[in-house]
Design a protein. Structure first.
Length: 334
């Protein structure tokens, strides 16, 4: 009996070694997101895992602790490259600070693709798969303009962090859609025309956004429209409006288009959202990484993964998906 147990242990050990060797032979792709908890990046990770399974590659995942955590992202990258990753997919938290690390990786033969957020400059990576963030801003700005009608806008903007391309493009695109003076899409600075009565940064966090909104209600009580960088920030703004009894006379527009965000549009918490497709970003990123590993071919420039406006109330002159259509697509493929 003892001999049989020893044989079984030996067989199990051999199987473990065989599995380890098989894993070692799989090409490795790394994914580094801004955070582990933001639902957007949770969905992106799921999309990358599904694509990696389909493409028979090993996926390593890592993240910063919060938006803006460049050091956390660098540490994740270093761990993945040390483990053998020859492709890194990254959603940069700090568009400039990450560039020296990316430059060194590319010099060493690692393919680096940005997902969702570009680097500054865009050319620092081999490719960028993401939303046209300026267009996303224009879509929600045009909706806000149509909803306001003849009413003069008094705008609160709840932004990301200073100088971030994604945050600036959404902010400035929103102002353009609203018909206000703004910066062009190439600018990483947030425009501040006089109709913007209060601005604050949330780093995409719900609690921080609620604090920004509470402060803005004190300093700019005449606000009638809120732009929020993403749906967690929009949720924080909504909580502040409810607390102040202002949720009926102030409306919110935002960007993301996740399933929870679409439900918030249906419930009237948000007037509209611009829907992104993180699963598609991840799928295309993994596919491009596999192509590079097999043939050496690299992607080039910006690849637009699509954006669509979702609203519960259709407005004349503004094309939008219904909440049912948005819910059917939420964060999947376009």
């Amino acid at each position: 009996m003892r001999r049989a147990v020893q044989l079984l242990v030996g067989v199990a050990s051999l199987a473990t070694v065989a599995c380890t060797r098989a894993d070692d032979q799989q090409p490795i792709i790394g994914l580094v997101t801004k955070t582990e908890t933001n639902p957007f990046f949770v969905k992106m990770k799921e999309g990358a895992e599904q694509a990696a399974t389909t493409q028979s590659v090993r996926l390593l995942v890592g993240a910063g602790r919060s938006d803006g955590d460049n050091a956390g992202q660098v540490a994740a990258i270093e761990n993945q490259v040390a483990a053998g990753a020859k492709v890194i997919l990254i959603s940069p938290s700090d568009a400039k600070a990450i560039v020296p690390t990316i430059t060194r990786l590319r010099r060493d033969g690692v393919l680096v693709i940005a997902l969702d957020s570009p680097t500054d400059p865009l050319s620092a990576t081999d490719g960028f798969f993401g939303t046209d963030n300026f267009k996303a801003g224009v879509l929600i700005g045009a909706y806000a303009k149509a909803r306001l009608g003849a009413t003069t806008p008094q705008v609160v903007t709840i932004d990301l962090i200073p100088g971030h391309p994604t945050g600036a493009q959404r902010h400035n695109g929103f102002l353009k859609g609203l018909g206000l003076p703004t910066n062009e899409r190439e600018s990483n600075e947030n425009a501040a025309p006089r109709e913007v009565v209060c601005m604050g940064d949330s780093v995409g966090d719900q609690a921080k956004a609620q604090t920004v909104m509470e402060n803005c209600l004190q300093s700019a009580p005449g606000v009638n429209v809120v732009y929020a960088i993403n749906e967690p920030s929009a949720a924080g703004a909504y909580n502040a409006l409810v607390k102040a009894g202002r949720d009926k006379d102030v409306f919110i527009v935002t960007v993301d288009g996740g399933c929870r965000g679409i439900a918030d549009v249906a419930a009237g918490h948000f007037a509209a959202t611009a829907q992104q497709y993180p699963v598609r970003m991840a799928e295309l990123g993994v596919q491009a990484g596999v192509e590079f590993l097999r043939s050496g071919k690299k992607p080039e420039g910006f690849i637009d993964t699509g954006v669509a406006l979702v609203s519960a109330q259709k407005l004349d002159g503004v094309e939008s998906l219904s909440v049912d259509e948005g819910a059917a697509r939420c964060w999947g493929t376009k």
